[in-house]
Design a protein around this ligand. Structure first.
Ligand SMILES: [Zn+2]
Length: 292
């Protein structure tokens, strides 16, 4: 998941040569779902991304959630790396992680997102000083379904050997809930404030304790290794890499068409991302349950 190339966003927004709707038709021609996903989950088309970010992206809730974590983080987007769906004009940068270092407020973030119509939106877990120096970093744990050994689909190695490294199934989603509860309870012995987020494919545990932002690289790495040794299926790039990007809560995960949703631990026992309307964007609700 670590990106090989990053480019800075252009602040002078150029005018679109293609309207988003026209671009989505171009996108639709390439529309071919590569990964196997649980029933009800699918790639969001460009026009659907647009509808979501115009109508549903709740910037007030984003700001409120971030206020407990990092006040004004740098943001980043990926336009079409995994879905292959992107506005034609951005074809060259479809797989690039594009940084949004500056924004006036989240209304302006929405505007920038609508320019690119990305499949994913992330924020930078680093905290920067005025001179750009890293002062600290948020610790988070990433639980993804592909890291589990599925009784049907096998290990990560097996899934990768079939080119299905990002695929997952219903069974893995259920197993992942259990693993997330187990990890939450484990790290609660070390940290007092943890924010749980449904990430679209799996779950993120964000450590919100202020002290944790100052942990050294070695302390983070050792902590992550210890958790893995205890059998927790975490991705350690999130906890010990240098590039620190994690999915922005309340954004759209464009590969599965789900809204990234903060949850309480007690909700996890019964949380079902296949059916829970809080994480299903309107464009999927209307096609699946519209009476007309
Ligand atoms: Zn499976």
């Amino acid at each position: 998941m670590i990106e090989s190339f990053i480019s800075e966003t252009r602040f002078s927004r150029k005018h679109h040569t293609l309207s988003a709707d026209l671009a989505s038709e171009f996108g639709a021609k390439r529309f071919l779902q590569k990964y196997r996903l649980p029933q009800g989950m699918r790639y969001a088309k460009l026009a659907e991304r647009k509808t979501f970010y115009v109508q549903e992206f709740d910037t007030k809730r984003v700001v409120r959630w971030l206020s407990k974590v990092i006040l004004r983080p740098r943001l980043a987007i990926v336009i079409g790396r995994h879905t292959g769906l992107y506005p034609e004009e951005y074809e060259e940068n479809a797989s690039t992680t594009i940084l949004i270092n500056r924004y006036r407020n989240f209304a302006n973030v929405r505007t920038q997102i609508l320019d690119f119509l990305p499949e994913s939106v992330y924020y930078d877990q680093n905290v920067y000083g005025a001179n750009g120096k890293i002062l600290g970093e948020e610790m988070a744990f990433d639980l993804d379904p592909e890291n589990l050994n599925c009784p049907i689909h096998g290990s990560l190695e097996k899934k990768m050997s079939k080119g299905q490294g990002l695929s997952f199934c219903r069974l893995e989603l259920d197993m992942l809930r259990e693993e997330t509860i187990r990890l939450y309870e484990e790290i609660q012995e070390t940290f007092s404030k943890i924010s749980l987020v449904y990430s679209g494919r799996g779950y993120h545990l964000h450590v919100v304790d202020r002290d944790s932002f100052l942990w050294t690289y070695k302390a983070r790495r050792d902590f992550a290794r210890q958790l893995k040794k205890q059998g927790h299926p975490i991705d350690d790039w999130v906890t010990s890499g240098r590039l620190r990007m994690i999915r922005l809560p309340f954004s759209l995960h464009g590969m599965v068409s789900r809204i990234v949703l903060p949850l309480e631990l007690r909700e996890l026992d019964t949380f079902d991302p296949i059916r829970d309307e809080r994480c299903i964007p309107k464009f999927l609700r209307s096609t699946s349950s519209s009476p007309s």
